[in-house]
Design a protein around this ligand. Structure first.
Ligand code: TF8
Length: 334
C-alpha cells in the first residue's frame, strides 16, 4: 500500500514536471508609450507592473516602455492601438474625446475635490461603464492610472484671481472643454500637443501651461516659467490602454495577468505621485519660481464662473453621463 502511494506521488510529480511551465503564456513584447519622461511615477508603475507580470507569466510577458512621446503623442499612439500596430499607451483621457466624447466628463472644471473621490469613481461602476465605451472604440482600458490635479504655470505675472488670466496665452490640451474653460476666464487659450509645449514656452510663443506639479517637474517646464498657481482646476486620469485587436489574440491567462498587474502598477503609481507632488513643488520653489495658492474665496469665484462650461458641454458628453457622475459625487460627499 505504502509503495503504491509513493509510486502514485512520484508519477504525479513526473506529470507536473513534464507539463511545460506557464504553458498558457507566450513570449510577448508589449510596447507601452507615454508622453512623460522615465522619472515620472509612471516609470515606477511600469516597474511594479513588470515584476507582477514576471511572476504570473514566468517572465514571458515583457513591457517595453517608450518615454517622452517617442512613439508619438497621446492621440497618435491611441490611434495606433485601435488599428493594432502598437500594444499599449499610458495616455491622458482628455485628448481622446474625439474618439469617445463621454470621456469629456473628466475634463469638467473642478469636478473632483480630492484624489479619493476620483479613485472611487474611476475604480467603481462609473469607470467600468466608461471602459465599455472605450472597448467599443477598440481600446481596452486595463486600469485608471493617475496624471493628477492640474496647476497653472506662466512666465508673465502672478495669477491670484481669475482676472489675472486676461490675455494670457495658455496652452491647453487638444480638448474643447479645456479650451472653453480658459477662454471663459479671459485667457487666449491655444490647443497644442504635449510634445510641443516645452519649446513653445521657451520661445515665448505661449506664456502658460497647466499640468500636475510632477509633470511640471519631470518635463522641466519650471526651467522656462516664473510663476505657479495652485489652482487644482481639474483632475486628469491616465488610462492604461491596450489595443483591442491585439488583446483579442492573447490567451485568457495573459489577459487576466495584464489586467491584474496593471492594477498593481496603478496602486504604486498613485502612491508615488502622492509623495512626489510635495517634492516636485519644493524643487520648483528652489528653482526660484513664485508659488501662489488661490485663496478659498478666489477659488470659489473661479469655480462659479466656470460652471457655464458644464452647461455648454453637457450634451456633447452625454447629459445622462454628467448627471450620473454628479449624483455619484453627491452620494460620496454625504
Ligand atoms: C498634457 C497631459 C500630458 C500627458 C502625457 C505626458 O498636458 O497632461 O501630461 O497626457 O502625454 O497633454
Amino acid at each position: 500500500m505504502r509503495k503504491l502511494l509513493l509510486t502514485t506521488t512520484a508519477l504525479a510529480f513526473a506529470v507536473t514536471a513534464a507539463a511545460p511551465a506557464f504553458a498558457q503564456f507566450n513570449d510577448r513584447t508589449i510596447r507601452v508609450s507615454n508622453g512623460v519622461n522615465a522619472d515620472h511615477p509612471v516609470g515606477n508603475g511600469i516597474t511594479a507592473m513588470q515584476a507582477c507580470l514576471d511572476q504570473k507569466s514566468g517572465g514571458k510577458l515583457k513591457l517595453q516602455a517608450f518615454w517622452g512621446g517617442a512613439l508619438g503623442g497621446d492621440l497618435q499612439a491611441t490611434q495606433a492601438l485601435r488599428s493594432g500596430v502598437q500594444e499599449a499607451v499610458v495616455t491622458s483621457s482628455s485628448p481622446l474625446v474625439g474618439i469617445e466624447p463621454a470621456l469629456g466628463v473628466f475634463d469638467l472644471p473642478f469636478l473632483f475635490a480630492n484624489a479619493q473621490e476620483a479613485y472611487q469613481i474611476l475604480d467603481g461602476e462609473f469607470g467600468d461603464m466608461m471602459n465599455e465605451k472605450l472597448e467599443a472604440a477598440g481600446l481596452i482600458n486595463l486600469a485608471y492610472w493617475e496624471n493628477g490635479f492640474r496647476n497653472l504655470s506662466n512666465s508673465v505675472r502672478p495669477v491670484t484671481k481669475w482676472e489675472d488670466f486676461e490675455g494670457m496665452k495658455v496652452r491647453v490640451m487638444q480638448n474643447n472643454i479645456f479650451l472653453d474653460t480658459f477662454q471663459n476666464l479671459g485667457a487666449n487659450a491655444t490647443p497644442m500637443a504635449f510634445g510641443e509645449v516645452f519649446s513653445a514656452l521657451e520661445t515665448k510663443a505661449i506664456d502658460a501651461q497647466e499640468n500636475p506639479y510632477v509633470t511640471i517637474d519631470t518635463s522641466k517646464f519650471f526651467e522656462v516659467q516664473n510663476y505657479i498657481t495652485e489652482t487644482n482646476h481639474a483632475y486628469t486620469p491616465f488610462l492604461f490602454l491596450f489595443s483591442k485587436p491585439i488583446f483579442d489574440t492573447y490567451t485568457q491567462e495573459e489577459q487576466a495577468a495584464l489586467r491584474e498587474c496593471a492594477a498593481v502598477g496603478r496602486d504604486l503609481q498613485r502612491s508615488v505621485i502622492g509623495d512626489l507632488n510635495k517634492q516636485s513643488l519644493e524643487k520648483i520653489k528652489a528653482a526660484g519660481l513664485q508659488v501662489n495658492v488661490l485663496s478659498e474665496e478666489e477659488q470659489q469665484r473661479i469655480r462659479e464662473k466656470s460652471m457655464v462650461v458644464y452647461e455648454k458641454h453637457k450634451d456633447t458628453i452625454g447629459a445622462d453621463i454628467v448627471d450620473s457622475i454628479l449624483a455619484e459625487l453627491a452620494e460620496i460627499r454625504k
